[in-house]
Design a protein around this ligand. Structure first.
Ligand SMILES: Nc1ncnc2c1ncn2[C@@H]1O[C@H](COP(=O)(O)OP(=O)(O)OP(=O)(O)O)[C@@H](O)[C@H]1O
Ligand SMILES: [Mg+2]
Length: 448
């Protein structure tokens, strides 16, 4: 059968798995070779490997020019990612590599380059370029307009029989989930569904264990390659627990998500005092949300601290810019107060990721009876509605979870991977941790 006769470049060391071979077979259909194909689905299925293997086909032909894209320069340079893997495969075979152009040049003169499309305008860097192979790794991280623009850069070489190919690999999920799903999964274009079990070269048990700790939607996307699960209606009324407890046994902290102006209709300042006890229960003791300007919010912080400091709140954790911290500290001097102020940094984590990270903690989070407003903010929210419903209060709860998780991760030793690990599976966990999605999933104490 055709699959077994798959022509493989001498530069690609891995013998394709059955699924990879099915994807790569579309590269060898002569004049019928389809322009576009997606290998999409579960994590670890071998998608990126297949993409690189495909790109290396035809490098023996003069004039062949291939490029592989990741979303950001950082994604490109991570250990274990595509460029790293290409270097591992090609440098021992003495293929010259230019760091400056991120380009390998083969003895035939053919080239394989690596690029990124971080901003929408980055695509114009390829204005005059021509490629016969364009690969996108993690396609759902790109916009449809970037993809379409690059598609126009895929041009045939005169007098050389090399088919034009745009090949992509991706997990479901991410900002481009919907357009990728419509373009490939729901259309007649070539789509190979990747499953975790397709890749015998991966420690699947360990991988599954790691993925089991993600929220249910991400888990279904990464473990089963599910393109249909969605975060719409993620938070349901029956997920919220209500009770009121005395503060004994809880370590308390005060967390605030600021909106700097009261003019914008959707922005609120939200804050609360929350406690964690030795068995990991999270109890909200005070919550508040209102539209306030900077001076009002500073005044509110002082009033709240005056009330709660005596009960054990030592620090205010605030998501804000440094000018606000400066103003707050100045006011502290004027008022003769000195509480600890810790700025919370978004660290490039999307707001929706912070809010979704609350999900695995909800079953042990308790709200006061009068906090149904806070639960409603979650229930009304979904990532698809970003910006059109108030999300400051859920974000504030997300920050609280982040603080609790940070302490738990430190206890569990997950923070020991300071730098990106080279092992691809550990790298995946590390990336999820950075994203704020990882939970420790342990019943151990997570208090401070
Ligand atoms: N045919 C193969 N032979 C040997 N090793 C392979 C093969 N295919 C993939 N691998 C290895 O398995 C690991 C996972 O593969 P790869 O990174 O391509 O998966 P992926 O589907 O892109 O995963 P992710 O969804 O995490 O991006 C890598 O270490 C890769 O080198
Ligand atoms: Mg990959």
């Amino acid at each position: 059968m055709a699959l077994l006769r798959l022509h493989r470049s001498n530069y690609a060391p891995h013998k394709p798995t059955t699924k990879q071979a099915a994807f790569l077979a579309y590269d060898e259909m002569g004049a019928q070779t389809p322009l576009e194909a997606l290998y999409g689905g579960a994590a670890g299925g071998g998608k990126s490997d297949a993409l690189l293997t495909g790109a290396l086909l035809h490098v023996d032909k003069p004039g062949y020019s291939a490029i592989l894209f990741r979303k950001t320069f950082q994604d490109l340079s991570l250990p274990g990612a595509l460029l790293d893997r290409a270097q591992e495969w090609l440098l021992p075979q003495k293929v010259p590599y230019s760091h400056q152009n991120k380009t390998f040049t083969f003895p035939s003169g053919a080239t394989l380059s690596f690029g990124y499309l971080d901003t929408e305008n980055d695509k114009y860097r390829y204005q005059g370029a021509e490629f016969q192979f364009i690969g996108f790794d993690e396609l759902t991280q790109f916009t449809e307009s970037q993809y379409r623009y690059l598609l126009s850069r895929c041009r045939r070489l005169k007098d050389v029989e090399i088919p034009l190919r745009v090949r992509s690999a991706s997990n479901p999920g991410g900002t481009g989930h919907q357009w990728v799903k419509e373009r490939f999964v729901l259309s007649s274009r070539v789509f190979i569904a990747a499953g975790l079990i397709d890749n015998p070269h991966l420690d699947q048990e360990e991988y599954e264990l790691a993925l089991a700790e993600l929220d249910p939607v991400t888990r279904a996307q990464l473990l089963h390659g599910d393109w249909d699960v969605s975060y719409a209606d993620t938070f349901k009324p029956d997920m919220f627990n209500y009770r009121t407890k005395p503060i004994d046994g809880y370590t308390l902290f005060f967390v605030i998500d600021l909106a700097y102006t009261k003019k914008k209709t959707a922005d609120y300042t939200a804050g609360g005092v929350v406690g964690v006890n030795a068995v990991g229960d999270i109890q909200w003791f005070y919550t508040h949300e209102s539209r306030m300007d900077e001076a009002e919010s500073i005044d509110w912080i002082f009033r709240t601290m005056a009330e709660w400091e005596t009960q054990g709140v030592g620090a205010v954790h605030i998501e804000c810019h440094s000018a606000y911290i400066h103003a707050l500290k100045q006011e502290m001097r004027i008022r003769g107060k000195d509480f600890n102020v810790t700025p919370l940094k978004p660290e490039g984590v999307a707001k929706s990721d912070r809010i979704l990270a609350v999900l695995p903690y909800l079953h042990r989070m308790y709200f006061r009876e009068e906090d149904t407003w806070l639960a409603n903010r979650f229930i009304e929210w979904s990532p698809e509605l970003e910006g059109s419903v108030p999300d400051d209060a859920p974000d504030m709860v997300g920050y609280a979870v982040k603080l609790i998780k940070y302490n738990a991760n430190q206890k569990a030793g997950w923070d020991k991977w300071k730098n990106p690990p080279t092992d691809p599976m550990k790298l995946k966990i590390w990336k999820q941790m950075k994203k704020g999605n990882r939970t420790t999933n342990r019943p151990e104490p997570i208090g401070f």
